[in-house]
Design a protein around this ligand. Structure first.
Ligand SMILES: [Zn+2]
Length: 302
């Protein structure tokens, strides 16, 4: 099954790279078709460099996210992580929305022979050819998944998607922040616990945003970074200078990392857990307990 899948993937990638173009910006390579169904339809090229502006803008949004989260907020870089040793690139494949059904996907496996350079190993995401980074935080969202994969092996949906949705605030302004008053109730209440565990993107609104606001965690986007990152048309990647919750989320990720051995106990060890238990139902309570731990630590200080 695996071998068949590999052979098929290899064949498909050879076929599809035949007419594909590569745009490279730092460690990010965007691979896109110039014609056919998976290409961007009628792309604008304001700077007339032969690369569709959307393609450049995707790379720009990802590099801006990398610099903000790694260099400013000190999130671990997946390219420096123990999990992804000797992986040095990020690849973005552009595919048709029709094929994908969703706007973006992020893979936790490594591409051993990357498409832009078979000697380089890469992490990879896929973005639909309908995504415009100026209006849409999908590249940021998918890249944040790579940050999550590098930080911890836990992949329960409510955590993975809820926190990635929260992170989008870095590049697309959330105008409706909750007041955060419900957090202590949410963390104690059985009913909201069930709602969280069954949730996905909506957990950003139930838990992650309120947590950030409640703990008064305001992280600053430096002016130099705001000036540095612009889309091809000159518009801003960062819409304002505040990201709520960047420090708290990092602490949650670090606490989760420290609980992997514990999560592995029921699987006969952390190695087996990393292979088979990343999304186990038992993780739900462990992850939420990490949130409780971080919350209690900070509320005790107040
Ligand atoms: Zn996602």
């Amino acid at each position: 099954m695996t071998i068949l899948f590999l052979a098929l993937t290899l064949m498909l990638s050879i076929i599809s790279t035949a007419s594909a173009a590569v745009y490279q910006q730092g460690v990010v390579s965007v691979i896109y078709e110039t014609e056919g169904e998976t290409a961007y339809q009628n792309p604008v090229d304001l700077n007339k460099n032969g690369v569709p502006d959307v393609v450049e803008d995707i790379a720009t949004q990802i590099n801006a996210t990398r610099e903000l989260f790694h260099d400013v907020f000190s999130y671990p870089d997946p390219l420096d992580s123990a999990r992804y040793k000797n992986v040095h690139a990020i690849e973005v494949d552009i595919d048709s929305k029709k094929n994908m059904k969703v706007s973006g996907l992020a893979y936790n496996g490594v591409r051993n022979k990357s498409r832009h350079d078979p000697k380089v190993r890469a992490l990879h995401v896929k973005i639909a050819n309908t995504v415009d980074p100026r209006k849409n935080a999908t590249p940021e969202h998918e890249y944040f998944h790579l940050i999550q994969y590098g930080a911890t092996y836990f992949t329960n949906k409510w955590y993975l998607e809820g926190m990635a949705r929260w992170s989008q605030d870095a590049v697309s302004k959330n105008k409706k922040y909750p007041d955060g008053r419900n957090v202590s109730w949410t963390l104690k209440n059985k009913l909201s616990e069930t709602q969280i565990f069954q949730g996905k993107y909506n957990v950003a609104g139930i838990l992650w945003y309120p947590l950030a606001v409640n703990l008064k965690d305001k992280a600053k986007v430096p002016k130099a970074l705001r000036n540095k990152y612009k889309y091809v048309d000159g518009s801003d990647v960062f819409h304002d200078n505040i990201v709520y919750g960047a420090n708290v989320m990092l602490e949650v990720l670090q606490t989760m990392k420290s609980k992997e051995e514990f999560a592995g106990e029921q699987f006969g060890g952390v190695k087996q857990w990393r292979r088979k238990g990343q999304r186990a139902a038992q993780n739900n309570k462990i992850i939420l307990d990490c949130v409780r731990e971080v919350y209690e630590k900070h509320s005790a200080k107040k």
